[in-house]
Design a protein around this ligand. Structure first.
Ligand SMILES: [Zn+2]
Ligand SMILES: [Zn+2]
Length: 152
């Protein structure tokens, strides 16, 4: 599971539950949370430009880069050493920002679980199936990543 799958899963669940229950409030809440989710993904990848930095030459991307930058093979570009490559977002991001992002994803899945627990009262079979899917998705967010940008 990565970011793209999560986005499809959230949007699909929003549309599905809106269709099943005709609940506008849930749809609006979920749409707002999805926009925050996308916004956080975008904000993580922004890089600060540091002026007057000493530079080095990166042999792989054939470019002059700041000295505290290392090359990431998966992204194919140089990144600040404070960053770590995460396959979940397919980018090098700061670990603290990624932790916030993954908590946000978990909160959204938890909200889906709560909504489907209520939906069990209406339709026991479909509700239970949805809760099972959400628990599987929630479990897949617990991934261990080595705190390292070097990928060889
Ligand atoms: Zn490079
Ligand atoms: Zn990377």
């Amino acid at each position: 599971m990565n970011y793209a799958y999560f986005l499809v899963y959230f949007v699909f669940h929003m549309l599905l539950l809106h269709r099943l229950t005709n609940d506008v409030l849930f749809g609006v809440t979920e749409a707002m949370l999805i926009s925050i989710f996308v916004y956080m993904r975008f904000m993580m990848t922004i890089e600060a430009t540091l002026p007057n930095h000493s530079v080095q030459n990166c042999a792989r991307c054939q470019k002059m880069t700041p000295q505290h930058y290392v090359h990431c093979d998966k992204c194919g570009r140089c990144m600040s050493v404070e960053r770590t490559h995460y396959d979940f977002v397919e980018a090098c991001v700061e670990p603290s920002l990624f932790t916030r992002f993954i908590y946000m994803a978990r909160i959204m899945v938890a909200l889906n679980i709560v909504c489907c627990c209520v939906y069990i009262l209406v339709s026991p079979f479909a509700g239970t199936a949805l809760v099972a899917v959400h628990i599987y998705v929630l479990k897949s967010t617990y991934i261990s990543v080595p705190r390292n940008i070097y990928v060889h």
